[in-house]
Design a protein around this ligand. Structure first.
Ligand code: S3P
Length: 421
């Protein structure tokens, strides 16, 4: 089977999350188009409303009136906020609330309750917030206000942690600096600068000045490259394929997987159509023969962390052994993605090894298609399995793939259209 044609993925989830949460701090009113219609972003919209914010709309079109830091809740009674399964909501929101008066308790579902949270609370405490985890996990208790700037080294290479510190820094009494040994996705600082704040990058140091933010009248969220990655990678492994993703985010901090596909031998062309507030444009990936293995260096990992599962499928189809170096962070995602990739690709007949912090995949794989494919309630695994099935020319249901609706509601329609293209 080949994939051919054009598609437009749903709005970028990382940018959408930040857009809703920055509205707690910013003044003004904006009309948003392209907002990610995902479970995670719905959680943030609910939280915004629980704090007294006005957000009207549905699907991808919303009008959001900024709270300017004046939440409806400023007393001593704790306000319970439910972050569902979204680590981005919980971590970014922690930074926002750390600078505001009031007492907040942030909790989430069973998955979120297993994820590490001390890493985000620790810098906020250094800034002066009175904040606690529950044995390193959520529920989190945050009593905000009275912050001062800090210098924070983002040793975990996490954009969520950097984002939390940036949000807190906006309400601090003095400037803050975030040092990044390896740079991570830059959407928070881009939004701050686009909305009248000052976050100045002199690599590896980002300096954030406290200050007032104004929402623009309109904001258009570009499409999600992480969602587009499934079809773009599918095109790289299926003969005769040529697929174009339109209107997607092209920040240098996100396009690591395109560089890897290019290195592996696919034809990748990027067309930048807009620079600010987010680099946006289209990407075409064309099959150019069997892929060859490559090594993914630790410095590349943050720029492809969410594309690693689908890249590992490309690795299983490629000739030779592809090694992903130091991808331990994958163990701390919604699920242990290092083990999930090993298990799912292993079930398809691929030779996958997880050793120390590295993951290696030896290809090419002669896929054996088990009778029963189960995404184990993981969106990324569900989409990866659908691409594996398409690449094997086989039709099989994927159990539990309804979770895809939580991030890419039209995945199956887009797959069908590209397969017929
Ligand atoms: C995200 C950052 C990454 C990524 C996650 C979204 C973000 O997580 O895996 O899906 O929106 O900042 P970490 O910050 O934990 O690396």
């Amino acid at each position: 089977m080949a994939l051919r044609g054009e598609f437009t993925p749903p709005g970028d989830k990382s940018i959408s999350q930040r857009l809703v949460l920055i509205s707690i701090l910013a003044h003004g009113e904006m009309s948003v188009s392209g907002l990610s219609d995902s479970d995670d972003v719905r959680v943030s919209l609910e939280i915004f409303r629980a704090l007294g914010g006005e957000a009207h709309g549905c699907g991808s079109k919303w009008t959001i009136k900024g709270l300017g830091g004046q939440t409806a809740h400023q007393g001593d009674e704790p306000l319970d906020l439910n972050c569902g399964g979204s680590s981005a909501a919980m971590r970014l929101l922690s930074g926002v609330l750390a600078g505001l008066p009031g007492l907040y308790v942030l909790d989430g579902d069973d998955h979120l309750r297993r994820r590490p949270m001390e890493r985000v609370i620790d810098p906020l405490r250094q800034m002066g917030a009175r904040a606690e985890t529950t044995s390193g996990r959520c529920p989190l208790t945050i009593r905000g206000g009275g912050l001062h700037g800090i210098e924070y080294v983002n040793d975990e290479n996490s954009a969520q942690l950097k984002g939390a510190v940036i949000f807190a820094a906006l309400s601090a009494g003095s400037p803050s600096r975030v040092i990044e040994p390896i740079s991570t996705r830059d959407h928070t600082e881009r939004l701050v600068n686009a909305f009248g704040g000052r976050a100045t990058l002199n690599p590896p140091c980002l300096e954030i000045m406290p200050g007032r933010l104004e929402l623009p009248e309109t904001f258009s969220v570009p499409g999600d490259l992480s969602a587009a990655a499934f079809f773009l990678t599918g095109a790289a492994i299926m003969p005769d394929s040529r697929v174009t993703a339109r209107n997607i985010v092209l920040s240098g901090s996100r396009i690591g997987f395109l560089k890897v596909l290019d290195r592996m031998g696919a034809l990748v062309s990027i067309s930048l159509e807009q620079e600010k507030p987010e680099p946006t444009g289209s990407v075409t990936v064309e099959y150019a023969g069997p892929l060859k293995a490559t090594e993914i260096a630790p410095e590349e990992v943050p720029s492809l962390i969410d594309e690693m599962p689908i890249l590992s499928l490309a690795a299983a189809w490629a000739k030779g052994t592809t090694v992903f170096r130091r991808v331990r962070e994958l163990r701390f995602k919604d699920v242990d993605r290092m083990m999930a990739v090993k298990h799912q690709l292993g079930a398809l007949g691929a030779r996958v090894r997880a050793e120390n912090d590295d993951l290696s995949v030896e290809g090419p794989t002669k896929p054996i298609l088990p009778e029963f494919l189960d995404a184990a309630r993981d969106q990324q695994m569900a989409m990866m399995l659908h691409i594996a099935l398409a690449a094997s020319g086989a039709g099989r249901p994927v159990q539990g793939d309804e979770v895809m609706a939580g991030s890419y509601p039209n995945f199956k329609q887009d797959l069908a259209a590209l397969s017929a293209g």
